[in-house]
Write a protein that binds this ligand. Structure first.
Ligand SMILES: [Zn+2]
Length: 78
């Protein structure tokens, strides 16, 4: 059974607060989240609820998230 609960998270880039629905499975594994506040979007790939404003570029978001949480485990050649 998945469990959803409401949480407030700040934008990873600028800190603006967004209301999210965060879903974990019965073992507490993070499954995903849905941003309820208009203007925000989910940032995927970090295994935790992360949100950013829609106006930030993908690059800006990734740099901010990498700075805080380290790189996602995907292999990227850069
Ligand atoms: Zn922002």
């Amino acid at each position: 059974m998945a469990e959803a609960k409401g949480e407030a998270h700040g934008c990873i880039v600028c800190g603006r607060l967004y209301q999210l629905y965060v879903v974990h499975d019965s073992e507490g594994k993070y499954l995903g989240s849905k941003v309820m506040t208009p203007g925000g979007k989910e940032v995927q790939g970090y295994n935790r609820p992360l949100v950013a404003c829609e106006r930030h570029s993908a690059d800006e978001i990734r740099r901010a998230a990498d700075r805080v949480y380290g790189r996602p485990d995907a292999d990227e050649d850069e």
